[in-house]
Design a protein around this ligand. Structure first.
Ligand code: MG
Ligand code: MG
Ligand code: MG
Length: 306
């Protein structure tokens, strides 16, 4: 029986490339693993797969009757639909442990590092399996993406070490220029419908029984979205109307290293309190905020009493 390897909903580069790299690792061990993704690849991921000549994985959003391996998440809200009618056989991740449970012992490997690509590099090394150059290239790109070119507080020495080793396998000399090419692709917003922008890198979280959505757009400058703010706000209101307590959108300025946080909430004062900042209109600038996982979500969890 094939095992479908899949990252989270609203797939980012790591969740697509990790599915490919983990499937390759298992195939090298003689197992039948198929890389998949939940929904459309984002522009950054398309650029990365093109650049290294790697095929786009197939779509898979329903786990009923399937064996699946989850990468880059272990939260039910981010997993394929009907997971309880399928069987999770492995999880490889770098986030907090989520709420996926299993009936049988499984392979579970999570490390507090900046990217699933880094965890996979460790697994390849443990197994003594050589990484194909094009796979090394996409793993490297994922680490640059998730760690925002090493600037994110989620970045660890293990991520830097993995990049140093992967770049020589992949034959990439200049990781900064690779990162800038990825940033250009990922921050292209012109002509993109507002809801698509909100969904581009979006996750729902359960906060003490309340549904809270957090999206993030990484930008070279906030000017890129200046003319779209009203439309983005409308998209956030629409998303919130689907049974959410709050919807936040992180407009992250990768160069200035901070985030303008747009907020739609039943309780805006609570969100202000979570970040010790004051809303100016419908957003607030938070200096140094780069990471949803390490900064935004933990502060929200504290405020919600999780
Ligand atoms: Mg991810
Ligand atoms: Mg990741
Ligand atoms: Mg990310």
């Amino acid at each position: 029986m094939s095992v479908y390897v899949v990252g989270h909903k609203s797939p980012d580069t790591d969740s697509v490339t990790a599915a490919i790299a983990y499937a390759e690792l298992m195939k090298a061990k003689g197992e039948d693993y198929i890389p998949c993704m939940q929904g459309k690849a984002n522009p950054e991921t398309i650029t990365v797969l093109d650049r290294f000549g790697v095929a786009m994985p197939e779509n898979m959003t329903d786990a009923a009757g399937k064996q699946v391996a989850l990468v880059d998440h272990s939260d039910l809200a981010q997993a394929p639909d009907n997971l309880s009618d399928g069987e999770v056989v492995a999880i490889v991740d770098h986030h907090k442990i989520g709420d996926v449970t299993t009936n049988n012992p499984i392979f579970f490997c999570a490390m507090p590092v900046g990217c699933t690509g880094t965890v996979l590099k460790v697994l390849y090394d443990l197994e003594g399996i050589a990484i194909q150059p094009q796979i090394a290239g996409i793993m490297l790109a994922a680490i640059l993406s998730d760690t925002v070119n090493f600037k994110s507080p989620t970045c660890t020495d293990a991520d830097k070490k993995a990049v140093a080793e992967l770049k020589s396998i992949a034959g990439v000399d200049d990781t900064d220029s690779l990162f800038m090419d990825m940033l250009k692709a990922k921050s292209a917003v012109e002509g993109v419908p507002p809801m698509d922008l909100l969904d581009r890198d979006y996750k729902d979280f359960d906060m003490k029984g309340k549904k809270v959505g957090v999206g993030q757009l990484e930008l070279a400058t906030l000017d890129q979205v200046a003319s779209m703010r009203d439309d983005l706000y409308k998209a956030m209101e629409e998303k919130k109307a689907g049974g959410r307590h709050s919807v936040l959108l992180m407009l992250t300025d990768v160069v200035k290293e901070g985030t303008d946080l747009m907020v739609v909430s039943d309780d805006p004062a609570m969100i202000e309190g979570a970040f010790n900042a004051k809303l100016d209109g419908n957003s607030m600038w938070i200096d140094g905020m780069m990471s949803r996982k390490k900064q935004t979500v933990p502060n929200l969890q504290k405020a919600f009493g999780c």
